[in-house]
Design a protein. Structure first.
Length: 552
Protein backbone atom coordinates (compact mmCIF):
# COMPACT_ATOMS: atom_id res chain seq x y z
CA UNK A 1 0.00 0.00 0.00
CA UNK A 2 1.35 3.48 -0.97
CA UNK A 3 1.77 6.57 1.27
CA UNK A 4 -1.16 8.41 -0.40
CA UNK A 5 -3.56 5.59 0.29
CA UNK A 6 -2.31 5.42 3.89
CA UNK A 7 -2.95 9.16 4.34
CA UNK A 8 -6.44 8.86 2.87
CA UNK A 9 -7.20 6.00 5.20
CA UNK A 10 -5.97 8.05 8.17
CA UNK A 11 -8.12 11.08 7.19
CA UNK A 12 -11.20 8.91 6.82
CA UNK A 13 -10.64 7.31 10.18
CA UNK A 14 -10.18 10.73 11.84
CA UNK A 15 -13.47 11.98 10.32
CA UNK A 16 -15.24 8.90 11.42
CA UNK A 17 -13.90 9.31 14.97
CA UNK A 18 -15.03 12.99 15.07
CA UNK A 19 -18.54 12.11 13.89
CA UNK A 20 -18.78 9.36 16.46
CA UNK A 21 -17.63 11.80 19.19
CA UNK A 22 -20.24 14.41 18.15
CA UNK A 23 -22.90 11.72 18.12
CA UNK A 24 -21.95 10.75 21.64
CA UNK A 25 -22.16 14.42 22.75
CA UNK A 26 -25.64 14.79 21.23
CA UNK A 27 -26.72 11.63 22.95
CA UNK A 28 -25.43 13.01 26.25
CA UNK A 29 -27.34 16.30 25.68
CA UNK A 30 -30.48 14.37 24.84
CA UNK A 31 -30.12 12.37 28.05
CA UNK A 32 -29.75 15.65 30.01
CA UNK A 33 -32.90 17.05 28.33
CA UNK A 34 -34.81 13.94 29.25
CA UNK A 35 -33.64 14.30 32.83
CA UNK A 36 -34.72 17.96 32.94
CA UNK A 37 -38.07 17.08 31.40
CA UNK A 38 -38.67 14.44 34.04
CA UNK A 39 -37.79 16.97 36.78
CA UNK A 40 -40.25 19.50 35.29
CA UNK A 41 -42.91 16.85 35.25
CA UNK A 42 -42.28 16.17 38.91
CA UNK A 43 -42.52 19.94 39.65
CA UNK A 44 -45.79 20.08 37.72
CA UNK A 45 -47.15 17.24 39.84
CA UNK A 46 -46.09 19.10 43.00
CA UNK A 47 -47.85 22.28 41.82
CA UNK A 48 -50.97 20.30 41.11
CA UNK A 49 -50.84 18.97 44.65
CA UNK A 50 -50.35 22.48 46.01
CA UNK A 51 -53.29 23.83 43.95
CA UNK A 52 -55.74 21.22 45.25
CA UNK A 53 -56.43 22.93 48.64
CA UNK A 54 -56.80 26.30 46.91
CA UNK A 55 -59.31 24.83 44.55
CA UNK A 56 -61.19 23.27 47.44
CA UNK A 57 -61.20 26.58 49.29
CA UNK A 58 -62.42 28.37 46.17
CA UNK A 59 -65.20 25.85 45.74
CA UNK A 60 -66.25 26.16 49.40
CA UNK A 61 -66.12 29.95 49.19
CA UNK A 62 -68.19 29.92 46.05
CA UNK A 63 -70.74 27.67 47.72
CA UNK A 64 -70.84 29.94 50.77
CA UNK A 65 -71.21 32.98 48.55
CA UNK A 66 -74.10 31.39 46.74
CA UNK A 67 -75.71 30.43 50.04
CA UNK A 68 -75.09 33.85 51.49
CA UNK A 69 -76.55 35.48 48.42
CA UNK A 70 -79.68 33.39 48.68
CA UNK A 71 -79.96 34.04 52.40
CA UNK A 72 -79.37 37.72 51.93
CA UNK A 73 -82.19 38.03 49.47
CA UNK A 74 -84.58 36.31 51.86
CA UNK A 75 -83.66 38.22 55.01
CA UNK A 76 -82.88 41.62 53.48
CA UNK A 77 -85.88 43.30 54.98
CA UNK A 78 -85.84 41.63 58.37
CA UNK A 79 -82.22 42.03 59.38
CA UNK A 80 -80.50 45.08 58.08
CA UNK A 81 -77.65 44.97 60.60
CA UNK A 82 -76.67 41.44 59.76
CA UNK A 83 -76.54 42.29 56.06
CA UNK A 84 -73.91 44.91 56.74
CA UNK A 85 -71.82 42.35 58.51
CA UNK A 86 -72.31 39.86 55.72
CA UNK A 87 -71.28 42.44 53.18
CA UNK A 88 -68.01 42.95 55.06
CA UNK A 89 -67.42 39.25 55.09
CA UNK A 90 -68.24 38.97 51.41
CA UNK A 91 -65.71 41.65 50.58
CA UNK A 92 -62.97 39.84 52.45
CA UNK A 93 -63.93 36.55 50.94
CA UNK A 94 -64.08 37.96 47.46
CA UNK A 95 -60.67 39.54 47.88
CA UNK A 96 -59.25 36.25 49.01
CA UNK A 97 -61.03 34.51 46.19
CA UNK A 98 -59.67 36.92 43.67
CA UNK A 99 -56.19 36.43 45.03
CA UNK A 100 -56.63 32.66 44.78
CA UNK A 101 -57.84 32.99 41.22
CA UNK A 102 -54.88 35.19 40.36
CA UNK A 103 -52.49 32.62 41.89
CA UNK A 104 -54.25 29.88 40.02
CA UNK A 105 -53.93 31.75 36.77
CA UNK A 106 -50.25 32.34 37.43
CA UNK A 107 -49.74 28.64 38.19
CA UNK A 108 -51.53 27.73 35.01
CA UNK A 109 -49.40 30.11 32.99
CA UNK A 110 -46.23 28.81 34.61
CA UNK A 111 -47.36 25.23 34.00
CA UNK A 112 -48.04 25.99 30.36
CA UNK A 113 -44.64 27.64 30.02
CA UNK A 114 -42.84 24.67 31.59
CA UNK A 115 -44.76 22.25 29.43
CA UNK A 116 -44.01 24.26 26.32
CA UNK A 117 -40.32 24.42 27.21
CA UNK A 118 -40.25 20.66 27.81
CA UNK A 119 -41.89 20.04 24.48
CA UNK A 120 -39.44 22.37 22.81
CA UNK A 121 -36.47 20.63 24.44
CA UNK A 122 -37.83 17.24 23.44
CA UNK A 123 -38.20 18.43 19.87
CA UNK A 124 -34.69 19.82 19.96
CA UNK A 125 -33.34 16.49 21.26
CA UNK A 126 -35.18 14.59 18.58
CA UNK A 127 -33.90 16.95 15.92
CA UNK A 128 -30.38 16.72 17.30
CA UNK A 129 -30.48 12.94 17.48
CA UNK A 130 -31.88 12.69 13.98
CA UNK A 131 -29.26 15.13 12.79
CA UNK A 132 -26.46 13.22 14.54
CA UNK A 133 -27.72 9.88 13.25
CA UNK A 134 -28.01 11.27 9.76
CA UNK A 135 -24.56 12.81 10.12
CA UNK A 136 -23.10 9.54 11.35
CA UNK A 137 -24.85 7.69 8.55
CA UNK A 138 -23.48 10.19 6.07
CA UNK A 139 -20.04 9.87 7.65
CA UNK A 140 -20.21 6.09 7.56
CA UNK A 141 -21.35 6.17 3.99
CA UNK A 142 -18.56 8.56 3.11
CA UNK A 143 -16.00 6.42 4.91
CA UNK A 144 -17.26 3.22 3.31
CA UNK A 145 -17.29 4.86 -0.10
CA UNK A 146 -13.80 6.15 0.49
CA UNK A 147 -12.64 2.74 1.63
CA UNK A 148 -14.24 1.14 -1.39
CA UNK A 149 -12.58 3.61 -3.74
CA UNK A 150 -9.20 3.15 -2.09
CA UNK A 151 -9.61 -0.62 -2.25
CA UNK A 152 -10.48 -0.38 -5.91
CA UNK A 153 -7.42 1.76 -6.46
CA UNK A 154 -5.15 -0.65 -4.58
CA UNK A 155 -6.68 -3.77 -6.13
CA UNK A 156 -4.54 -3.75 -9.30
CA UNK A 157 -1.32 -3.52 -7.30
CA UNK A 158 -2.49 -6.29 -4.98
CA UNK A 159 -3.51 -8.39 -7.94
CA UNK A 160 -0.15 -7.91 -9.61
CA UNK A 161 1.77 -8.79 -6.44
CA UNK A 162 -0.39 -11.86 -5.80
CA UNK A 163 -0.01 -12.99 -9.41
CA UNK A 164 3.76 -12.60 -9.18
CA UNK A 165 3.86 -14.64 -5.98
CA UNK A 166 1.71 -17.34 -7.57
CA UNK A 167 3.97 -17.42 -10.61
CA UNK A 168 7.03 -17.80 -8.39
CA UNK A 169 5.39 -20.64 -6.46
CA UNK A 170 4.35 -22.34 -9.69
CA UNK A 171 7.92 -22.13 -11.00
CA UNK A 172 9.28 -23.60 -7.76
CA UNK A 173 6.73 -26.41 -7.86
CA UNK A 174 7.62 -27.17 -11.46
CA UNK A 175 11.30 -27.34 -10.56
CA UNK A 176 10.49 -29.69 -7.66
CA UNK A 177 8.39 -31.87 -9.97
CA UNK A 178 11.25 -32.05 -12.46
CA UNK A 179 13.67 -32.92 -9.66
CA UNK A 180 11.35 -35.64 -8.39
CA UNK A 181 10.96 -37.02 -11.89
CA UNK A 182 14.72 -37.12 -12.29
CA UNK A 183 15.11 -38.80 -8.89
CA UNK A 184 12.42 -41.31 -9.80
CA UNK A 185 14.21 -42.16 -13.03
CA UNK A 186 17.54 -42.55 -11.24
CA UNK A 187 15.89 -44.64 -8.53
CA UNK A 188 14.23 -46.84 -11.13
CA UNK A 189 17.61 -47.32 -12.81
CA UNK A 190 19.19 -48.18 -9.46
CA UNK A 191 16.33 -50.57 -8.72
CA UNK A 192 16.85 -52.30 -12.02
CA UNK A 193 20.57 -52.64 -11.32
CA UNK A 194 19.86 -53.95 -7.84
CA UNK A 195 17.38 -56.43 -9.25
CA UNK A 196 19.97 -57.64 -11.70
CA UNK A 197 22.52 -57.96 -8.89
CA UNK A 198 19.96 -59.77 -6.75
CA UNK A 199 19.20 -62.15 -9.58
CA UNK A 200 22.92 -62.79 -10.05
CA UNK A 201 23.37 -63.37 -6.32
CA UNK A 202 20.41 -65.73 -6.26
CA UNK A 203 21.84 -67.57 -9.23
CA UNK A 204 25.24 -67.85 -7.53
CA UNK A 205 23.56 -69.01 -4.34
CA UNK A 206 21.63 -71.64 -6.25
CA UNK A 207 24.85 -72.78 -7.88
CA UNK A 208 26.53 -72.92 -4.48
CA UNK A 209 23.65 -74.99 -3.13
CA UNK A 210 23.83 -77.35 -6.07
CA UNK A 211 27.59 -77.60 -5.65
CA UNK A 212 27.16 -78.28 -1.96
CA UNK A 213 24.58 -80.98 -2.66
CA UNK A 214 26.82 -82.49 -5.33
CA UNK A 215 29.76 -82.49 -2.94
CA UNK A 216 27.71 -84.10 -0.19
CA UNK A 217 26.39 -86.80 -2.51
CA UNK A 218 29.88 -87.43 -3.86
CA UNK A 219 31.29 -87.70 -0.34
CA UNK A 220 28.54 -90.12 0.60
CA UNK A 221 29.26 -92.20 -2.50
CA UNK A 222 32.97 -92.25 -1.73
CA UNK A 223 32.32 -93.24 1.88
CA UNK A 224 30.06 -96.05 0.75
CA UNK A 225 32.66 -97.17 -1.80
CA UNK A 226 35.39 -97.01 0.84
CA UNK A 227 33.30 -99.09 3.24
CA UNK A 228 32.59 -101.67 0.52
CA UNK A 229 36.24 -101.94 -0.48
CA UNK A 230 37.30 -102.24 3.17
CA UNK A 231 34.97 -105.20 3.60
CA UNK A 232 36.38 -106.78 0.46
CA UNK A 233 39.96 -106.27 1.68
CA UNK A 234 39.15 -107.84 5.03
CA UNK A 235 37.97 -110.93 3.16
CA UNK A 236 41.13 -111.12 0.95
CA UNK A 237 44.19 -112.89 2.52
CA UNK A 238 46.98 -110.74 1.01
CA UNK A 239 47.53 -107.27 2.44
CA UNK A 240 48.22 -104.41 0.09
CA UNK A 241 50.46 -101.40 0.48
CA UNK A 242 48.77 -98.19 1.59
CA UNK A 243 49.04 -95.18 -0.67
CA UNK A 244 49.22 -91.57 0.51
CA UNK A 245 45.92 -89.86 0.19
CA UNK A 246 46.32 -86.62 2.06
CA UNK A 247 43.80 -84.61 0.01
CA UNK A 248 40.94 -87.07 0.30
CA UNK A 249 41.66 -87.93 3.92
CA UNK A 250 41.86 -84.29 4.93
CA UNK A 251 38.49 -83.65 3.39
CA UNK A 252 36.99 -86.64 5.08
CA UNK A 253 38.54 -85.62 8.37
CA UNK A 254 37.17 -82.09 8.03
CA UNK A 255 33.69 -83.40 7.34
CA UNK A 256 34.01 -85.85 10.20
CA UNK A 257 35.08 -83.18 12.67
CA UNK A 258 32.25 -80.89 11.61
CA UNK A 259 29.57 -83.50 12.22
CA UNK A 260 31.15 -85.18 15.23
CA UNK A 261 29.56 -85.12 18.68
CA UNK A 262 32.66 -86.25 20.57
CA UNK A 263 35.60 -84.27 21.94
CA UNK A 264 38.51 -83.27 19.66
CA UNK A 265 40.97 -85.86 21.02
CA UNK A 266 38.57 -88.74 20.67
CA UNK A 267 37.76 -87.61 17.14
CA UNK A 268 41.44 -87.51 16.22
CA UNK A 269 41.93 -91.03 17.61
CA UNK A 270 39.02 -92.39 15.61
CA UNK A 271 40.30 -90.63 12.51
CA UNK A 272 43.74 -92.20 12.85
CA UNK A 273 42.12 -95.62 13.08
CA UNK A 274 39.94 -94.93 10.05
CA UNK A 275 42.91 -93.74 8.00
CA UNK A 276 44.93 -96.86 8.89
CA UNK A 277 42.06 -99.22 8.11
CA UNK A 278 41.17 -97.53 4.85
CA UNK A 279 44.67 -96.75 3.51
CA UNK A 280 44.92 -99.89 1.41
CA UNK A 281 41.40 -99.73 -0.09
CA UNK A 282 42.09 -96.26 -1.43
CA UNK A 283 44.03 -97.83 -4.30
CA UNK A 284 40.77 -99.15 -5.62
CA UNK A 285 39.26 -95.68 -5.34
CA UNK A 286 41.60 -94.63 -8.15
CA UNK A 287 39.43 -96.55 -10.54
CA UNK A 288 36.61 -94.15 -9.73
CA UNK A 289 38.37 -91.30 -11.52
CA UNK A 290 35.18 -89.63 -12.65
CA UNK A 291 33.86 -89.37 -9.10
CA UNK A 292 37.18 -88.05 -7.79
CA UNK A 293 37.36 -85.44 -10.56
CA UNK A 294 33.84 -84.39 -9.69
CA UNK A 295 34.91 -84.06 -6.06
CA UNK A 296 37.94 -81.94 -6.99
CA UNK A 297 35.77 -79.71 -9.15
CA UNK A 298 33.33 -79.23 -6.30
CA UNK A 299 36.20 -78.40 -3.92
CA UNK A 300 37.57 -75.80 -6.33
CA UNK A 301 34.15 -74.24 -6.71
CA UNK A 302 33.75 -74.06 -2.94
CA UNK A 303 37.22 -72.56 -2.36
CA UNK A 304 36.89 -70.00 -5.13
CA UNK A 305 34.98 -67.25 -3.31
CA UNK A 306 35.18 -67.66 0.47
CA UNK A 307 36.32 -70.00 3.20
CA UNK A 308 32.79 -70.43 4.56
CA UNK A 309 29.63 -71.88 3.08
CA UNK A 310 26.08 -71.89 4.36
CA UNK A 311 23.97 -74.84 5.43
CA UNK A 312 20.27 -74.11 5.71
CA UNK A 313 19.25 -76.98 7.98
CA UNK A 314 20.24 -77.08 11.64
CA UNK A 315 20.91 -80.64 12.72
CA UNK A 316 20.21 -81.07 16.47
CA UNK A 317 22.33 -84.22 16.54
CA UNK A 318 25.49 -82.12 16.14
CA UNK A 319 25.29 -80.99 19.76
CA UNK A 320 26.54 -83.04 22.75
CA UNK A 321 23.25 -82.60 24.65
CA UNK A 322 19.91 -82.23 22.91
CA UNK A 323 18.83 -78.59 23.04
CA UNK A 324 15.12 -78.10 23.91
CA UNK A 325 12.82 -77.38 20.96
CA UNK A 326 12.17 -73.76 21.93
CA UNK A 327 15.88 -72.97 22.10
CA UNK A 328 16.55 -74.97 18.95
CA UNK A 329 13.87 -73.06 17.04
CA UNK A 330 15.62 -69.81 17.98
CA UNK A 331 18.87 -71.20 16.55
CA UNK A 332 17.17 -72.49 13.40
CA UNK A 333 16.58 -68.92 12.23
CA UNK A 334 20.36 -68.44 11.89
CA UNK A 335 22.50 -69.67 9.03
CA UNK A 336 24.73 -72.57 10.00
CA UNK A 337 28.29 -71.89 8.85
CA UNK A 338 30.30 -74.74 7.29
CA UNK A 339 34.06 -74.18 7.41
CA UNK A 340 35.94 -74.95 4.19
CA UNK A 341 39.42 -75.37 5.70
CA UNK A 342 41.24 -78.27 7.30
CA UNK A 343 39.76 -78.19 10.81
CA UNK A 344 40.44 -81.76 11.84
CA UNK A 345 40.40 -82.38 15.57
CA UNK A 346 44.05 -83.37 15.50
CA UNK A 347 45.13 -79.96 14.22
CA UNK A 348 42.38 -77.79 15.71
CA UNK A 349 43.49 -78.46 19.28
CA UNK A 350 45.18 -75.72 21.30
CA UNK A 351 46.09 -75.33 24.96
CA UNK A 352 45.31 -72.32 27.14
CA UNK A 353 49.02 -71.62 27.48
CA UNK A 354 49.32 -71.41 23.70
CA UNK A 355 46.30 -69.09 23.47
CA UNK A 356 47.67 -66.86 26.23
CA UNK A 357 51.13 -66.65 24.64
CA UNK A 358 49.77 -66.09 21.12
CA UNK A 359 46.88 -63.70 21.84
CA UNK A 360 47.35 -62.62 25.46
CA UNK A 361 45.20 -62.81 28.55
CA UNK A 362 44.98 -65.25 31.45
CA UNK A 363 44.61 -69.04 31.33
CA UNK A 364 41.93 -69.29 34.05
CA UNK A 365 38.73 -67.34 33.25
CA UNK A 366 36.06 -68.29 30.76
CA UNK A 367 35.77 -64.70 29.55
CA UNK A 368 39.26 -63.51 28.64
CA UNK A 369 39.69 -59.74 28.26
CA UNK A 370 42.88 -58.53 26.57
CA UNK A 371 44.09 -55.22 27.91
CA UNK A 372 47.76 -54.85 28.79
CA UNK A 373 48.60 -58.40 27.73
CA UNK A 374 47.36 -58.03 24.15
CA UNK A 375 49.94 -59.36 21.69
CA UNK A 376 50.88 -57.92 18.33
CA UNK A 377 48.92 -60.67 16.58
CA UNK A 378 45.79 -59.85 18.58
CA UNK A 379 46.18 -56.15 17.81
CA UNK A 380 46.66 -56.81 14.11
CA UNK A 381 43.52 -58.98 14.05
CA UNK A 382 41.58 -56.52 16.25
CA UNK A 383 40.97 -59.12 18.96
CA UNK A 384 40.21 -57.59 22.36
CA UNK A 385 38.91 -60.75 24.02
CA UNK A 386 37.76 -64.33 23.55
CA UNK A 387 35.80 -67.07 25.30
CA UNK A 388 37.06 -70.46 26.47
CA UNK A 389 33.99 -72.45 27.66
CA UNK A 390 34.26 -76.04 28.81
CA UNK A 391 31.82 -78.81 27.88
CA UNK A 392 31.54 -80.01 31.48
CA UNK A 393 29.56 -76.85 32.41
CA UNK A 394 28.13 -75.91 29.02
CA UNK A 395 26.43 -78.93 27.41
CA UNK A 396 24.73 -76.73 24.81
CA UNK A 397 28.03 -75.27 23.61
CA UNK A 398 28.88 -75.88 19.92
CA UNK A 399 31.06 -78.95 19.49
CA UNK A 400 32.33 -78.10 16.00
CA UNK A 401 33.27 -74.90 14.16
CA UNK A 402 30.42 -72.98 12.56
CA UNK A 403 27.66 -74.30 14.81
CA UNK A 404 25.36 -72.22 17.01
CA UNK A 405 24.59 -72.89 20.65
CA UNK A 406 24.29 -71.58 24.18
CA UNK A 407 26.52 -71.00 27.21
CA UNK A 408 25.55 -71.01 30.88
CA UNK A 409 27.40 -67.78 31.71
CA UNK A 410 26.29 -65.11 34.18
CA UNK A 411 27.17 -66.08 37.75
CA UNK A 412 28.62 -63.52 40.15
CA UNK A 413 30.44 -60.68 38.45
CA UNK A 414 29.46 -62.05 35.03
CA UNK A 415 25.77 -61.30 35.66
CA UNK A 416 25.71 -58.09 33.60
CA UNK A 417 27.83 -59.39 30.70
CA UNK A 418 26.50 -59.64 27.14
CA UNK A 419 23.34 -57.66 27.82
CA UNK A 420 24.74 -55.58 24.99
CA UNK A 421 25.71 -58.16 22.31
CA UNK A 422 29.42 -58.62 21.61
CA UNK A 423 31.35 -60.34 18.81
CA UNK A 424 34.07 -62.62 20.21
CA UNK A 425 36.20 -65.54 19.08
CA UNK A 426 35.32 -68.78 20.92
CA UNK A 427 37.48 -71.78 21.76
CA UNK A 428 35.47 -74.80 22.94
CA UNK A 429 37.23 -76.94 25.54
CA UNK A 430 37.06 -80.67 26.27
CA UNK A 431 39.06 -83.00 28.52
CA UNK A 432 41.95 -84.94 27.02
CA UNK A 433 41.74 -88.29 28.84
CA UNK A 434 45.24 -89.38 27.79
CA UNK A 435 47.09 -86.18 28.71
CA UNK A 436 44.68 -85.28 31.59
CA UNK A 437 44.35 -81.73 30.39
CA UNK A 438 41.78 -79.59 28.59
CA UNK A 439 42.35 -78.79 24.93
CA UNK A 440 40.45 -76.10 23.08
CA UNK A 441 39.09 -76.16 19.53
CA UNK A 442 38.70 -72.91 17.60
CA UNK A 443 34.99 -72.62 16.73
CA UNK A 444 34.90 -69.23 14.96
CA UNK A 445 33.79 -65.75 15.92
CA UNK A 446 30.32 -65.42 17.38
CA UNK A 447 27.72 -62.83 18.25
CA UNK A 448 27.16 -63.38 21.98
CA UNK A 449 23.81 -62.18 23.38
CA UNK A 450 22.22 -62.67 26.80
CA UNK A 451 18.82 -64.40 26.65
CA UNK A 452 16.27 -65.69 29.16
CA UNK A 453 17.58 -68.05 31.86
CA UNK A 454 16.75 -71.74 31.84
CA UNK A 455 13.33 -72.86 32.96
CA UNK A 456 12.83 -75.68 35.46
CA UNK A 457 11.85 -78.04 32.65
CA UNK A 458 15.02 -77.23 30.69
CA UNK A 459 17.12 -77.71 33.82
CA UNK A 460 15.57 -81.15 34.43
CA UNK A 461 16.65 -82.32 30.95
CA UNK A 462 20.35 -81.66 31.65
CA UNK A 463 22.41 -84.72 32.75
CA UNK A 464 22.77 -85.18 36.50
CA UNK A 465 26.57 -84.98 36.48
CA UNK A 466 26.56 -81.61 34.75
CA UNK A 467 23.86 -80.33 37.11
CA UNK A 468 25.85 -81.34 40.18
CA UNK A 469 29.03 -79.75 38.80
CA UNK A 470 27.18 -76.53 37.97
CA UNK A 471 25.62 -76.47 41.45
CA UNK A 472 29.10 -76.69 43.00
CA UNK A 473 30.33 -73.82 40.82
CA UNK A 474 27.27 -71.74 41.76
CA UNK A 475 27.88 -72.46 45.46
CA UNK A 476 31.49 -71.31 45.14
CA UNK A 477 30.65 -68.10 43.26
CA UNK A 478 27.34 -66.80 44.62
CA UNK A 479 25.70 -69.14 47.15
CA UNK A 480 28.40 -69.61 49.81
CA UNK A 481 25.83 -69.71 52.61
CA UNK A 482 24.31 -72.86 51.06
CA UNK A 483 25.69 -76.28 50.34
CA UNK A 484 25.92 -77.72 46.84
CA UNK A 485 22.89 -80.05 47.36
CA UNK A 486 20.87 -77.08 48.61
CA UNK A 487 21.83 -75.10 45.50
CA UNK A 488 20.87 -78.10 43.35
CA UNK A 489 17.43 -78.30 45.00
CA UNK A 490 17.02 -74.52 44.55
CA UNK A 491 17.66 -74.94 40.82
CA UNK A 492 15.16 -77.80 40.76
CA UNK A 493 12.40 -75.81 42.48
CA UNK A 494 13.05 -72.69 40.44
CA UNK A 495 14.18 -70.46 43.32
CA UNK A 496 17.27 -69.67 41.28
CA UNK A 497 17.79 -70.16 37.54
CA UNK A 498 20.74 -70.83 35.28
CA UNK A 499 21.85 -67.77 33.27
CA UNK A 500 22.16 -68.28 29.55
CA UNK A 501 23.75 -66.53 26.56
CA UNK A 502 23.18 -67.33 22.90
CA UNK A 503 26.04 -68.02 20.48
CA UNK A 504 25.40 -67.12 16.85
CA UNK A 505 28.30 -68.05 14.57
CA UNK A 506 28.89 -65.33 12.01
CA UNK A 507 32.24 -66.40 10.55
CA UNK A 508 35.58 -68.18 10.86
CA UNK A 509 38.81 -66.20 11.16
CA UNK A 510 41.10 -68.17 8.85
CA UNK A 511 44.05 -65.89 9.52
CA UNK A 512 43.79 -66.46 13.27
CA UNK A 513 43.40 -70.20 12.77
CA UNK A 514 46.47 -70.41 10.52
CA UNK A 515 48.50 -68.34 13.00
CA UNK A 516 47.53 -70.72 15.81
CA UNK A 517 48.50 -73.70 13.65
CA UNK A 518 51.94 -72.18 13.04
CA UNK A 519 52.34 -71.32 16.72
CA UNK A 520 51.33 -74.86 17.68
CA UNK A 521 53.82 -76.49 15.30
CA UNK A 522 56.92 -78.13 16.89
CA UNK A 523 59.36 -75.91 14.95
CA UNK A 524 57.80 -72.63 16.12
CA UNK A 525 58.73 -71.12 19.48
CA UNK A 526 56.58 -68.71 21.43
CA UNK A 527 58.43 -65.54 20.42
CA UNK A 528 58.12 -66.45 16.75
CA UNK A 529 54.39 -67.14 17.20
CA UNK A 530 53.85 -63.66 18.62
CA UNK A 531 55.54 -62.03 15.63
CA UNK A 532 53.84 -64.18 12.99
CA UNK A 533 51.61 -62.73 10.28
CA UNK A 534 49.65 -65.42 8.50
CA UNK A 535 49.47 -65.11 4.70
CA UNK A 536 46.26 -65.42 2.74
CA UNK A 537 47.36 -68.54 0.84
CA UNK A 538 46.30 -70.95 3.58
CA UNK A 539 48.08 -73.93 5.13
CA UNK A 540 50.18 -74.66 2.02
CA UNK A 541 52.02 -71.36 2.32
CA UNK A 542 52.40 -71.94 6.07
CA UNK A 543 53.96 -75.34 5.34
CA UNK A 544 56.42 -73.75 2.94
CA UNK A 545 57.38 -71.19 5.59
CA UNK A 546 57.93 -74.00 8.10
CA UNK A 547 60.13 -75.89 5.65
CA UNK A 548 62.19 -72.77 4.96
CA UNK A 549 62.62 -72.12 8.69
CA UNK A 550 63.68 -75.75 9.27
CA UNK A 551 66.34 -75.48 6.53
CA UNK A 552 67.82 -72.49 8.27
Amino acid sequence: MTDASTEVWATALIKWAEDIESLRQREAELAAIHTEYSSLQSKHAELQQQLLPYRQQIQTLLQRRVEQTSNASSTHHSRPSSSVENNGMDVATSSRLSEAEVGLDKAKEEYHKVRQEANNEQLRGQVASSHSSSASAVALGTVSQFIFMSMMQCLPSYKEEYVNELRTQVCCLREEVETLKHDAKSRSTENQELRKQLAAVQENLQKAKESNKMLSSTMNNLHSIARGTSHNENDSPTPKKAMPSHGLLNMGAGEHSTNSRTCPTQTSTSMDGDSQSSSSPLKRVKSKSSEISTLDTARKNREHDDTTLVNENLNPQLYPTVIPPTRRSALSSFLNITINVDISSKKNCFSRDLLASTLGGSIQPLIVRLSDSQTALARSLNISGYLCPGMELNPWCPSAPGQHGYLFVGLGREKETFIVPEVLNIFGGSKNTLMKKCDYMYLGFYKVTRVDPLSVKEWDEIPEGIKMTYAKVTQEKTEKQRTAPQVLSAYKTGDISVPCVRLECIGFNTELYNALLVANSPNCDVAQAKRIRCPDNGPDEIGRQKRRSSRR
